[in-house]
Design a binder for this molecule. Structure first.
Ligand code: KIV
Length: 264
């Protein structure tokens, strides 16, 4: 069993093999996800909502992410581990350097940052100094108050073009992976085809190279609500490991995401 690296994901993209990603926050769940074959685990700042009970991700701190990254690292053997950089922890390249270093030293293989053009210098500085970057465009939850809610992005031509331009620029700046969240499927498809680096979608249709979901949605434990783009696999399988295998199988065969999980 060889470890998943950014080169593995690049090879998957080149071969047209879909891959799966899932959030994880502790060693036990992470170990189960890893051993069932999830390729990428993300210590997401979604933990502010699903673990801490906040309405958004803004209260999450670098130390919160570092703590959960250390926990997940102890549980896994194969998956690539990405740590989210929390709100305002990368507002300047210097802040980004300090805080990304802490997350890499906690056990991450890569850090994830939300944003486009304003992040280019930071992405280059991090990658040049040995910190791999996953970028995140579309519905970037740390900007929820700028967007006026958790809304699908890129539906009008100007915004769609801006997201395309930012995706290309961020790849050129050195990012090795890109998450696209809640954008029309056709837009995600054209970005995925335009980029060399692998693209992971959430609410971005079936044509991205990989899919990512929040574990609480997959296991049906998000309190009373499951986002339209997600799927409760525990409900259809009745057992956690079977649910994870069903998610992997459905991404691999193109069954998930279906039309009902997709935006236009
Ligand atoms: O924080 C998170 O869990 C994320 C995923 C939804 C992509 O950023």
């Amino acid at each position: 069993m060889s470890k998943i690296t950014s080169s593995t994901l690049l090879k998957f993209k080149q071969e047209g093999k879909k891959f799966t990603a899932l959030t994880a926050y502790d060693a036990s769940f992470a170990g189960a996800f890893d051993s069932e074959g999830i390729d990428v685990l993300l210590v997401g700042d979604s933990l502010g909502m699903v673990l801490q009970g906040h309405d958004d991700t803004l209260p999450v701190t670098v130390e919160d992410i570092a703590y959960h990254t250390r926990c997940v690292r102890r549980g896994i053997k194969r998956s690539l581990l990405i740590a989210d950089m929390p709100f305002m922890s990368y507002a300047t390249p210097e802040q980004a350097m300090t805080n990304a270093t802490a997350l890499m030293q906690a056990g991450a293989n890569m850090v994830k940052l939300e944003g486009g053009h304003w992040l280019l210098e930071t992405v280059t500085k991090l990658t040049e100094r040995g910190i791999p970057v996953c970028a995140h465009l579309g519905l970037t939850p740390q900007s929820v108050h700028v967007f006026g809610g958790f809304k699908v992005q890129g539906r009008d031509a100007d915004n769609a073009q801006r997201i395309i331009d930012e995706a290309k620029a961020i790849e050129a700046a050195g990012a090795q992976l890109l998450v696209l969240e809640c954008i029309p499927a056709a837009l995600a498809k054209s970005i995925t085809e335009a980029l060399t680096i692998p693209v992971i979608g959430i609410g971005a249709g079936a044509d991205t190279d990989g899919q990512i979901l929040v574990m609480h949605d997959v296991l049906g434990i998000s309190s009373g609500y499951i986002p339209r783009f997600s799927k409760n696999y525990l409900a259809q399988t009745g057992e956690i490991r079977s649910a994870i295998r069903a998610y992997i199988e459905e991404v691999d065969t193109g069954v998930f995401p279906a039309a009902e999980h997709t935006f236009s």
